[in-house]
Write a protein that binds this ligand. Sequence first.
Ligand code: MN
Length: 151
Amino acid sequence: MVAPDRRAATGRGQWADVDTLRYKAAGSAPFRDITRQLLFDDPQLACQLRYFEVAAGGFSTLERHEHLHAVMILNGRGHCLIGDTVHAVAERDLIRIGPLQWHQFRADQGEPLGFLCMVNAVRDRPQLPSAQELAALESNPSVAAFLRADG
Ligand code: MN
């Protein structure tokens, strides 16, 4: 379905005629307090543009895949893990997530995090870390602190 030429912004992270969707099926992967909106899903584009909003203290799934993400932070602030590095992120920052880089986004406590994410329309399924891969990530103290931020 082709979207109308214009869908007006109606608030922070809200647009007319854009549904707020669940992030993923519950129980399919670990995540907390995050929603998904599909802003552009045009068959004539090879990409989709989504908007994710992570409530304060929430997080996306720790995952990796062959396809890339091109991200712009739109609202709030938080931290993201890319590969083995934790980055503080804030409004208008640009983030590239390359093939098979482990990644996760976390909103800071008391501050939601909203971001745009461009992704291939046709893409491979995300992989979750094995216990060994998780242990390897957690061998880096700053990564371990990031991953345990949910207590
Ligand atoms: Mn991903």
